[in-house]
Write a protein that binds this ligand. Structure first.
Ligand SMILES: Cc1cc2nc3c(=O)[nH]c(=O)nc-3n(C[C@H](O)[C@H](O)[C@H](O)COP(=O)(O)O)c2cc1C
Length: 471
């Protein structure tokens, strides 16, 4: 299966949704937390404050993970007493297919080794002690993350389309990590191009975890000076089973296979910037924003408007280049359904990133259209602005082969994460929207697929209070 076949096969349409009704088997719902059982557990200090000088490696890692990947609130499902954890990074359906693994080398008072982050208790599972490498040709970075996807977690609900959401989620998780690291005066660089199988072996990943992105962190706040371990010891640990039964989706296995790299080719390196420094936030203030970020359940559809200046700032931050081996070229463009923005007539606009300008392509009330195109989700109509992200998949896959399919979704997820944090830091709210009618969006915007395919929707506005969420 090629990227093109997968993408076509996983479009939403009214007919396809009617044809294939899917009933969720709640008894078989995958466990949201992966544990590697039997490994030594290393404590990360509780309630760290971002920006405080960390006392040692554990304190540094705690600050980073608490503001990038930790549990940050809980939610009670309507009509039940079941409580779900919510995390700093968002995830389609709150299913969290992404796992955070990391390797450390030379940190002060923290053993070199291979770790898996355990968000349920904010601890590090030590899967090995010593020097394990990264699977990249070479990396001198003291801290290296591998973000993996467990596709089944997402496929349980979204079936074949789930691979798209896994990729988006990686984009969100990556920027969650990169921006938190940036607030700690660290630089990050992501590699999407690596030999999948050898990274999986190097990191001793369970077979249901697929490596998607390798993120290197460097920076002055990382406390170095630890003594190298004399020997390498592997604990591994037994991966917990997530469901009674795992349903395999052929389309997902095939698109994953098609986008795999056997030999890293070396991409076009892109030097990215940390998006939120422009909003002028201190590290501590950013820490509060990251922990408070939530997806809006809906937006107040009254008269409140986003200011034009806020909107333009938000857009400029969201589309800044990413620091990645696939970051040298950008593939995602933004269309806006403007409902309520000061100084802007209601209508459809295209964001001209190179000039930082909005170009109007249609006028008139877009609320019904935006909600309708987003599978009838009211929040896209009640927001101040809804978005369609269109990607030049042809150009990306010409440049990177089928692997490029991953990169455009990572890029869209990264834009989404910056929109989430940018909105939150300005007293607004946001929601990622993975569900939309693909073809109708193309028709509505008058864009041929060869010029750009819709891959993600988004909404920004004034959120209604969500009674299900508990801090
Ligand atoms: C890729 C992606 C797609 C999403 N799609 C939708 C959607 O179609 N509709 C919706 O209401 N929320 C959507 N969400 C929001 C998630 O439901 C939300 O992130 C999750 O419930 C966790 O809540 P939190 O973001 O407050 O942590 C999406 C989020 C992501 C990252």
């Amino acid at each position: 299966m090629t990227w093109h076949e997968y993408h076509e096969a996983t479009r939403h349409s009214v007919e396809a949704l009617k044809r294939s009704r899917h009933f969720l088997d709640s008894a078989n719902m995958p466990e949201p937390f992966r544990h590697y059982e039997g490994t030594p557990l290393l404590d990360l200090p509780a309630d760290p404050v971002l920006g405080e000088v960390p006392a040692d490696g554990a304190a540094w890692l705690s600050q980073l993970l608490f503001h990038a990947a930790a549990v940050s609130a809980s939610k009670v499902a309507p009509g039940s007493r079941d409580r779900y954890a919510l995390r700093v990074n968002p995830s389609s359906g709150n299913l969290h297919p992404t796992e955070f693994h990391f390797r450390t080398r030379g940190l002060q008072d923290w053993p070199d080794g291979l770790y898996h982050y355990r968000p349920s208790s904010h601890m590090a599972e030590q899967r090995g002690r010593g020097d394990f490498g990264t699977g990249l040709a070479e990396s001198s970075a003291p801290v290296v993350f591998v973000l993996t996807s467990i596709a089944w977690r997402e496929a349980w609900k979204y079936r074949e389309r789930a691979y798209r959401y896994c990729l988006h989620d990686i984009g969100h998780a990556w920027q969650s990590l990169a921006i938190a690291a940036g607030a700690m005066r660290c630089e990050s660089f992501a590699s999407g191009e690596f030999d999948d199988d050898s990274v999986a072996v190097t990191w001793r990943l369970h077979e249901d975890e697929w490596p998607m992105l390798v993120v290197e962190l460097r920076g002055e706040s990382i406390l170095l000076g630890g003594q190298p371990e004399q020997e390498t010891v592997c604990f591994g640990g037994a991966a917990n089973s997530l469901s009674k039964e795992t349903v395999k989706y052929r389309a997902i296995s095939e698109i994953h296979e098609a986008t795999k790299t056997r030999l890293a080719r070396g991409g076009l390196r892109g030097k990215g910037e940390v998006a939120l420094t422009a909003a002028g936030l201190s590290a501590a203030a950013f820490g509060g924003v990251a922990r408070k970020r939530r997806s809006a359940l809906d937006f107040r559809g009254g008269e409140e408007r986003i200011s034009q200046a806020q909107l333009l700032e938000l857009l400029a931050e969201a589309v800044r280049p990413v620091a990645a081996d696939f970051g040298g070229e950008q593939f995602v463009g933004l269309y806006l359904y403007v409902h309520r923005a000061e100084g802007l007539e209601a209508g459809v606009y295209r964001y001209r990133a190179e000039r930082g300008e909005l170009e109007q392509v249609a006028s008139g009330d877009q609320r019904v259209a935006a909600a309708g195109l987003s599978l009838g989700q009211d929040l896209a109509g009640n927001a101040c602005v809804a978005f369609s992200m269109l990607a030049d998949l042809e150009r990306a896959t010409r440049r990177y082969g089928d692997r490029g399919y991953r990169y455009v979704f990572f890029e869209a997820g990264a834009i989404g994460q910056r929109l989430y944090l940018g909105a939150e830091s300005r007293g607004l709210g946001a929601t990622g929207i993975g569900a939309f009618y693909d073809e109708r969006v193309q028709e509505y915007l008058g864009v041929e697929p060869a010029e750009g395919r819709v891959i993600y929707h988004f909404a920004v506005g004034y959120p209604v209070a969500d009674p299900r969420v508990e801090a």
